[in-house]
Design a protein around this ligand. Structure first.
Ligand SMILES: O=C(O)c1cc(=O)[nH]c(=O)n1[C@@H]1O[C@H](COP(=O)(O)O)[C@@H](O)[C@H]1O
Length: 281
């Protein structure tokens, strides 16, 4: 029986530091690495990143869009990344941000969270903006298979405010509602629940302003926005306050820009992990 995702992530963060390396093979990065903008270039890029950081960081987060844009050959590379994560003992957070009505969500859950599916990593990013309850099939399958979810709560982009900071008739913000639903699913789990939230490292004091109680979530907090989007150690410490031990900082371009040299990628990932650890200790 696989241990729950929350426990596996907590152990990985203790061992390697609170950093997730995002695998976002942008056209501009393929070019900078001297690779063609096709499935062969994508494969070389993604497997070089796995070679550099596999077994050395807590998690990797392949961004599905950059694989899907190469069609079925790109999706096959995404499957190889999932397998490489499993082989190296590095957790794979599939960043596909799925969200749909419940009956369709069940099919997404089968694709990304079911044992034996080639696209099933250890966790999946999901969007709750069709209603948190629409995610139930993913919640159920994640919990029963030892996997996790990261539910978008306070995203790193400024356009997210209009939805996430909006208030219900009762005056509660949408973000606070989402955080409370995740907290209920993680109640009493030790050391960390498996239903995490996405809270951008760039959001400043948004958690306080929206009434989101991050510490009460008792689950992992994926914090993208580190590096290329401008957040650093100071922002991490400011945004997360007393919830720091739950945070998994995420950086994609900030690390990937060091490639294609494997040693340079390793050094960049180590530096980012050490900085995150210092900021969140
Ligand atoms: O879910 C995410 O990972 C995510 C949520 C969010 O609020 N903001 C955000 O940037 N992301 C993702 O995190 C990655 C950020 O990449 P960099 O800006 O290059 O570090 C991209 O893959 C985004 O899709």
């Amino acid at each position: 029986m696989t241990a729950p995702f929350g426990a596996r992530l907590a152990a990985a963060m203790d061992a390697y530091g609170p950093l997730c390396v995002g695998i976002d093979p942008h056209t501009s990065l393929l070019e900078a690495w001297g690779l063609p903008d096709d499935a062969s270039g994508l494969r070389s890029f993604a497997l070089t990143v796995m070679d550099a950081v596999g077994g050395r960081v807590a998690a990797v987060k392949p961004q599905a869009a950059f694989f899907e844009r190469h069609g079925s050959a790109g999706v096959a590379v995404l499957e190889e990344v999932v397998a490489a994560g499993r082989d190296s003992g590095t957790l794979v957070i599939m960043d596909a941000k799925r969200g749909d009505i419940g009956s369709t969500m069940a099919a997404y859950a089968e694709a990304f969270l079911r044992d034996g599916s080639p696209l099933a990593g250890d966790a999946l990013t999901v969007s709750p903006y069709l209603g948190f309850g629409s995610l139930d099939p993913a919640v159920d399958l994640a919990l029963s298979s030892g996997r996790g979810l990261f539910v978008l709560c306070l995203t790193s982009n400024k356009e997210g405010h209009e939805v996430q900071h909006a208030r219900t008739d009762d005056g509660v913000t949408v973000a606070a509602l989402i955080a409370a639903r995740a907290a209920a699913l993680n109640a009493d789990v030790d050391p960390l629940g498996s239903i995490g939230l996405v809270v951008g490292a760039t959001v400043g004091d948004a958690a306080q302003r929206t009434g989101v109680d991050l510490a009460a979530v008792n689950g992992p907090l994926l914090a993208p926005g580190v590096g290329a989007q401008g957040a650093g150690p100071r922002e991490l410490a400011q945004v997360f306050g007393t919830a720091r031990r739950q945070v998994l900082a995420s950086s994609s371009r900030g690390v990937l820009a060091a490639g294609p040299d494997v040693a340079a990628l390793r050094t960049a990932a180590r530096r980012a992990a050490d900085e995150a650890a210092a900021a969140l200790s």
